[in-house]
Design a protein around this ligand. Structure first.
Ligand SMILES: *Cc1c(COP(=O)(O)O)cnc(C)c1O
Length: 413
């Protein structure tokens, strides 16, 4: 294969490799440090920390201001980030297939940027009911107060078209959704939204630019919590919003500026470091998750497995059609009593009890029945104990042994 770019090495933008290479190859070359005057550079761009930017003369300052006002990437102050941030934005644009990226200090901040940019007092949005839980908190604490109205809908049960009002602006999706990992028919939903003039946004934390591509499937905006698979090591918080249309991206960027959302250069650097291995980690974790599905499916305690790459999952056909990979996240409905479910979680030794996912380590989350009940298509039965597992990079046979032993210890009463 030819070397990606022969353009001037001083130009950091030249570090984005040609699009004919696979994503995995491109991720190894994005964000390389540019050469100095002697033609020497470290492989990895260092974290460029800055609050204050200085200018050689007033003409240089005014030039930067002019470029910024025209929507170009020009820096006048550290809040919008320096070269490390630009390299990470390039990486997210390549991963998500978009033309504009805005970074945020957490995944949730990235989601709120979208709501704040697209909605004002008197507006209405349709949000899928499998949405990441804290979005409902954001709605209750802020959106309602600002006069924005949200309707949560159940895909396949509610008639989406009949829920659209004259003041509906946004169709907000997440595929697969949180907790039960329900796949959406994103192309069909986006087509309905566009027919009615709505903008379509999708939370792509599950796919993280590798396993799923909402922009290619019809969404206008894709959001990723880089806290999960992009960081990959459970040690940073970060979000990104990527758009197909640069003008829409510019609107988001103005909201980011207005809200003062700033991301530390160190976290941007850790994310760049993490995404070098993202395809490898996700592929390995997806492989282990399928092995664990096989093991759990053979256990009498298992009533249902939620993992779109698993052939028994209700969304498997959509996953086969639309996804380009999978990951290590799965939920299981056990027919265990409440107490037995708790004993199972406490008996695990290789799974940390914790909320997040996408890191290198395995985690278990006990899902409150009231949370599962918000997803109103009845997938979870009242007596089920719902457990979410994040499968890490441990040897999968060790994880299976731990799960088997913990199930045996939990008993059924
Ligand atoms: C974790 C998560 C978020 C929020 O990310 P933070 O960085 O924790 O704020 C958003 N969407 C989904 C689907 C997530 O799992």
């Amino acid at each position: 294969m030819s070397k990606p770019a022969s353009a001037a090495p001083e130009d950091p933008a030249a570090a984005v490799p040609a699009s004919e290479c696979s994503l995995r190859t491109r991720l190894m070359h994005i964000g390389s440090a540019p050469f100095d005057a002697d033609g020497v550079a470290p492989v990895s761009l260092p974290p460029m920390r800055a609050s204050t930017v200085r200018f050689a003369d007033l003409a240089a300052l005014e030039n930067a201001q002019r470029r910024k006002a025209a929507g170009e990437r020009a820096v006048t102050y550290g809040r919008s980030g320096m070269d490390t941030h630009r390299a990470l934005e390039d990486a997210f644009m390549v991963m998500e297939g978009g033309s504009y990226c805005v970074l945020a200090p957490s995944g949730l901040a990235a989601l709120t940027l979208v709501f704040f940019t697209l909605l004002g007092a008197g507006d209405h949005a349709l949000v899928v009911d499998t949405v990441y839980g804290p979005v409902r908190h954001f709605d209750n604490v802020l959106l309602k107060k600002l006069g924005v109205e949200i309707t949560y809908f159940t895909p396949g049960v509610d008639d989406l078209e009949s829920l659209i009002r004259p003041n509906t602006r946004l169709l907000y999706l997440e595929s697969p959704g949180s907790l039960l990992l329900r796949m959406l028919d994103l192309p069909a939903l986006a087509a309905i939204g566009h027919r009615h003039g709505l903008l379509v946004a999708a939370d792509n934390t599950w796919g993280s630019g590798h396993a799923y591509h909402p922009l290619a499937l019809g969404a206008d905006i894709s959001m990723v919590a880089g806290t999960k698979y992009v960081g990959g090591h459970s040690d940073l918080m970060l979000g990104a919003v990527v758009t197909r249309d640069a003008a829409l991206g510019d609107r988001l960027s103005r909201t980011q500026y207005a809200l003062g959302y700033a991301l530390s250069a160190d976290d941007a650097w850790l994310a760049l470091r993490g995404l070098r291995t993202l395809p490898l980690r996700m592929t390995e974790q997806a492989h282990s998750a399928l092995r664990i599905c096989e093991f759990l499916a053979a256990r009498p305690e298992t009533r249902a497995i939620y993992h779109p790459a698993w052939p028994g999952d209700a969304g498997h056909a959509l996953w086969q059609r639309d996804a380009s990979g999978s990951n290590g996240l799965l939920s299981v409905a056990f027919n265990l009593s409440h107490d037995a479910g708790r004993r199972f979680v406490d008996a695990l030794t290789l799974f940390g009890i914790g909320f997040s996912w996408g890191g290198f380590e395995s985690l278990v989350q006990w899902v409150e029945p009231s949370l599962a009940a918000l997803q109103s298509d009845g997938a979870v039965l009242p007596g089920d104990t719902l457990i979410r597992l994040q499968i890490g990079l441990e040897e999968v046979d060790d994880l299976i042994a731990d799960l088997g032993r913990a199930l045996d210890e939990a008993g059924t009463v």
